[in-house]
Design a protein around this ligand. Structure first.
Ligand code: CA
Length: 230
């Protein structure tokens, strides 16, 4: 991204969605290159060096999950997936395979641009040294001191609760699947989402003013959780 606006590769077979996404991106001065099939998308990914990929899961040749897996064999470029309602399992598999986030069709201009901002921010964060202090709203996590405060009052967390919160904070704004969180917090081999739900409920009771209407620890129904980034 040397001065020029980021190049976005859009892999999508539906012309209306391509038109909508292209218009949205160009209104923000992003450069856009389009691909209609998975094969064409993989080719552009290697030859055009895009800065971010928007990838439809339902493509005519190879599906978006395969495209994600093939891309992740050689690149960490941010991938946002587009999925149709009712294709939850595919979406979760793509996230587990390394996609950064998803949008469910139909989505708005605002949602698309917000997800892109998070993906770019996250990539910058992974490339440069991370900040020792994470702050969103009135919630503050001091990673160096291992101290969590809400409205400047200290919150006491168990080691698991702390790990869960800091894992979400490291990827703030992005969705993490149940499987990714279980692996990261409890280690490989744990696949009991009930466990995760129990700890998330405890954490919300400590961190949220209204645990039933969370402001920070957001549920992505059927997929996982996301820590609010703004
Ligand atoms: Ca499609």
């Amino acid at each position: 991204m040397t001065g020029a606006m980021p190049l976005i590769l859009l892999i999508e077979d539906e012309p209306q969605i391509r038109r909508f996404v292209r218009a949205t991106l160009e209104s923000q001065h992003y450069q856009v290159v389009e691909a209609v099939t998975g094969q064409e998308g993989l080719l552009h990914a290697t030859t055009r060096s895009p800065d971010l990929i928007i990838l439809d899961l339902g493509l005519p040749d190879i599906d978006g999950l395969d495209v994600t897996q093939r891309l992740r064999e050689w690149t960490l470029i941010p991938i946002l997936i587009l999925s149709a309602r009712g294709r939850e399992q595919e979406k979760i598999a793509a996230l587990d395979a390394g996609a950064d986030d998803y949008l469910t069709k139909p989505f708005t201009t605002g949602e698309l641009l917000a997800r892109m901002r998070v993906a770019f921010r996250h990539q910058a964060h992974m490339l440069h040294a991370s900040e020792p202090i994470f702050q969103v709203g009135e919630l503050c996590i001091d990673l160096a001191q291992r101290r969590v405060t809400l409205r400047e009052a200290e919150i006491h967390l168990t080691p698991i609760e702390y790990k869960l919160l800091t894992t979400l904070a490291k990827h703030a704004g992005r969705v993490l699947t149940h499987r990714q969180l279980l692996k990261e917090v409890w280690g490989p081999g744990y696949d009991d989402t009930h466990y995760l739900r129990v700890y998330m409920a405890q954490l919300r009771h400590k961190v949220e003013a209204e645990p039933a209407r969370p402001r920070y620890l957001l549920t992505e129904s059927g997929v996982g959780y996301r820590l609010a980034a703004e």
